[in-house]
Ligand binder design. Structure first.
Ligand code: CTP
Length: 406
């Protein structure tokens, strides 16, 4: 599966370092060439000999070691790598990488690396929840770093909680997702919106819709796997954040509008997969509304976020979504031109296997130039990959442009 792939496994000083041995074994068994780089603190938990035996290669520890193989170890190692995995990645290591500090071989390699970097954080729950680590993780995700975990479970400090390193199998699977996807969106900045919005009536009630967020989350995941730096502005959904993606959580349409506008100028492609509530209650009651008598609601029109982006757009590509129950093509084309879009992804909600609550979708891609592409029933992740592929072919595949393959 990983035949011919060259990986660096970075191990930092946490108790989960012993689990990195199993990860190393899984990677080697799958055919990857693995070179292990340990920090000094990692050597306090597991000996280099263990990793040397598991990887079948010498272990790298010292930034300044003279060695015959690489004249400048960090440049040589960094250039010959398809993926750099750091497991466990301690809070200290995340902080250094987020700040661009390079004070040992591993952090120097991260700075010099041109390959994707997958981080498997491991720390206690309080550290993971700290404002500093939250900010570092958000920054790293925004810079295009991938994350696997952390998971819930027993912690070394006693008790249970969030912060435990993802299992070797999960990290292995995340590495596969990155390695086996061509990095054709590297260098592109992508903004995805997903999920419903909630428009408050009173402190306990709101208006919303049935959007699950799955299509938007699949797009964010697929774009990130293919190397894009992805920001996901998400309404309230119960999906886990995709690896490597900066997630901004919002509730109401107005908040989504603000989050999107703030980032629009530094974005190359926007996927507007969110099902934004078209109306909001004219008045949000400060107190819970009581059930005495009848209730008449006055609704006000919400801003149309996509139409606003259409008015402001310069170089950005805009992708909209149209979920319809009749006249799909006609309505979708109407939205494409009214909102100044480059592509609209249309689906017919009446078809079995399309729409909100299912894992599959059946869509038609209608481009600005009138080209139409109908896709068969596919999983939402496959739909996402197809959309990315079509867009790339149409807009980015300039002859002679360098395409990064892994
Ligand atoms: N959209 C938006 N802001 C809104 C409403 C919709 O950004 N207030 C975006 C959606 O994210 C989606 C596209 O616009 O990409 C859907 O187009 P729209 O015409 O708003 O669809 P509907 O709300 O379904 O419109 P209609 O009720 O007219 O079918």
């Amino acid at each position: 599966m990983f035949n011919g792939k060259r990986l660096i496994l970075g191990v930092t000083g946490g108790i989960a370092a012993y689990k990195a041995v199993e990860l190393c074994r899984l990677l080697v068994k799958a055919g990857a060439g693995v070179r292990v780089v340990m920090t000094a603190a990692a050597g306090r938990f597991v000996t280099p000999l263990t990793f040397q035996t598991t990887s079948g290669n010498r272990v790298y520890q010292d930034l300044f070691a003279a060695n015959e193989e690489y004249s400048v170890a960090h440049v040589g190692l960094a250039q010959e790598t398809d993926l750099l995995v750091i497991a466990p990645a301690t809070a200290n290591c995340l902080g250094k990488i987020a700040a661009g500090i390079a004070d040992d071989l591993l952090t120097t390699l991260v700075l010099a690396a041109r390959s994707p970097v997958l981080l498997a954080p491991a720390m206690n729950e309080a550290m993971w929840d700290s404002a500093q680590v939250r900010a570092n993780v958000a920054r790293l995700a925004g810079l295009g770093f991938f994350f696997a975990g952390p998971a819930d479970g027993e912690l070394a400090c006693g008790g249970a909680g969030h912060g435990r390193m993802a299992s070797p199998e999960e990290i292995f699977a995340a590495a596969g997702d990155i390695l086996l996807q061509p990095q054709k969106w590297r260098g592109k900045r992508v903004l995805v919106t997903a999920g419903p919005t909630r428009e408050a009536l009173d402190p306990v009630r709101f208006l919303t819709n049935r959007s699950s967020g799955r299509m938007g989350y699949a797009l964010a995941r697929a774009a990130s796997e293919q190397g894009a730096a992805v920001t996901l502005v998400s309404g309230p959904v119960s999906l886990p954040p995709p690896a490597g993606v900066e997630v901004i959580r919002v509730t109401a349409a107005q908040e989504m509008l603000e989050a999107v506008l703030q980032r629009f100028h530094e974005t190359d492609v926007v996927f507007k997969a969110a099902a934004v509530a078209d109306f909001r209650p004219a008045v949000e009651s400060g107190q819970k509304i009581k059930k005495s008598g009848e209730l008449t609601l006055t609704l006000l029109k919400n801003p149309d976020i996509l139409a606003e982006l259409g008015r402001r757009k310069k170089q950005q590509l805009l992708v909209g979504f149209a979920a319809e129950t009749e006249n799909v093509g006609m309505y979708a084309r109407g939205k494409l031109s009214a909102k100044n879009l480059d592509l609209i992804v249309a689906n017919d909600l009446t078809q079995e296997g399309a729409g909100f609550d299912v894992d599959t979708n059946i869509v038609q891609l209608i481009f600005r130039d009138g080209t139409i592409k109908s896709l068969p029933i596919l999983s939402k992740l496959e739909v996402a990959r197809a959309i990315l592929g079509e867009l790339r072919q149409k807009y980015f595949d300039v002859p002679g442009e360098i395409v990064y393959e892994t």
